[in-house]
Design a protein around this ligand. Structure first.
Ligand code: ZN
Ligand code: ZN
Length: 348
């Protein structure tokens, strides 16, 4: 079968012919219907080097995947060949306290996981191929009626990651509250939809690109603000001077972190989702009182079930542009130069 493989750090992925995977006991092979192209794949190709993460190339890219059950290993029950499914992407040890709660990205025994701190497309072969081997059937989540694999694929990361970040702040988003979304890309535009679908907050979307702000409006943002010098003042104005109850930074570079801290309300949340690698000085006087600052990484398996439910009912709908496997590198190039709207999904 064909697979888009990262062969070494700091290189472009290559389309190669590889053997079709076969499931061992407890495993599942999924025929890929869609594999999302994620901004973090650009970090893998462009910036990472040996020692940054506990795994190395070669492996097949693609960590947001959905498709149909193709083959079941011995002992797997509750799934049927041909059934549409999503693949839960972070693969932990399965037995530590975090994994038992279904939050594999925070696995506390990564040495016992299929790959430490990774998953399919992140150290092990992912979904930018005709088939993906899923090492444990618990990572295979049936799709609810009304949701096809192309729509479902980005939900496993571009949907799940903002959903987790928003869900943990639900209690701070009652009627009358404001949420700020910084960066309306693959994750941010779904984040706007999740906020509108699950909270009564008014949503303020921030981006430097006019196209992205239009996309935010289409996703239900109540206000859009162009990133730049006047952004903090404009956001404060929209919130009646109080600031935003929850700020979600999907970029994570110095200027966006600074903006987030400048517009957060006392007792609010400032959540860093983007892996831009910026830093934010935190001191007694640098952020409003009782602002909680946290990073989040991906989300839990139960939360994936909830996101799929939202999407199946039409409450969340990622904007998707499809590319054939042979043009996956074109999709990544458009992601790199910022000309892609929403999410690129590779359809093998
Ligand atoms: Zn990702
Ligand atoms: Zn674990």
């Amino acid at each position: 079968m064909r697979a888009l493989r990262l062969l070494e750090w700091k290189s472009e992925a290559r389309l190669e012919e590889v053997d079709e995977p076969r499931p061992g006991p407890g495993q599942v092979v999924v025929k890929i219907g869609g594999a999302g192209a994620c901004h973090s794949d650009l970090h893998l190709m462009d910036e990472f080097e040996a020692g940054v993460v506990p795994w190395n190339p070669p492996f097949t890219l693609g960590h947001e995947n959905a498709g149909w059950v193709h083959a079941l290993g011995s002992g797997v029950t509750g799934l049927e060949v041909g059934q549409p499914v999503a693949v839960y992407g972070p693969w932990g040890c399965g037995v530590c306290p975090r994994c038992r709660l279904g939050i594999d990205p925070y696995c506390e025994n990564p040495a016992a996981a299929p790959v430490p701190g990774g998953g399919g497309g992140l150290g092990l072969d992912g979904g930018m191929a005709e088939y993906e081997l899923v090492p444990d059937a618990r990572h295979v989540v049936p799709l609810p009626d009304g949701l096809d694999p192309v729509q479902a694929a980005p939900l496993t990361d571009a949907g799940l990651t903002p959903y987790h970040a928003i869900r943990r702040s639900w209690s701070k988003l009652p009627p009358g509250s404001f949420a700020v979304v910084i960066g309306v890309g693959g994750l941010g535009h779904v984040g706007v939809q999740i906020l509108k679908a699950t909270t009564a907050a008014q949503v303020i979307a921030v981006d430097s690109r006019a196209d992205a702000l239009r996309l935010a409006e289409g996703c239900g943002a109540d206000h859009t603000v162009s990133a730049g010098d006047g952004a903090a003042e404009e956001i404060r104005g929209i919130t009646g001077g109080r600031g935003a109850d929850v700020v979600l930074d999907f970029v994570g570079v110095d200027p966006t972190l600074r903006l987030g801290a400048a517009v957060a309300r006392t007792v609010g949340d400032l959540t860093i989702v983007g892996i831009g690698g910026g830093t934010l000085p935190v001191s007694y006087f640098s952020v409003p009182y009782e602002v909680s600052i946290q990073t989040t990484y991906w989300g839990s398996r139960p939360e994936l079930v909830e996101v799929l439910d939202l999407a199946a009912r039409g409450l969340v709908k990622p904007k998707v542009t499809t590319f054939p496997l042979a043009e996956a590198n074109t999709a990544y190039q458009r992601l790199r130069d910022g000309s892609l709207e929403g999410r690129a999904v590779i359809v093998p």
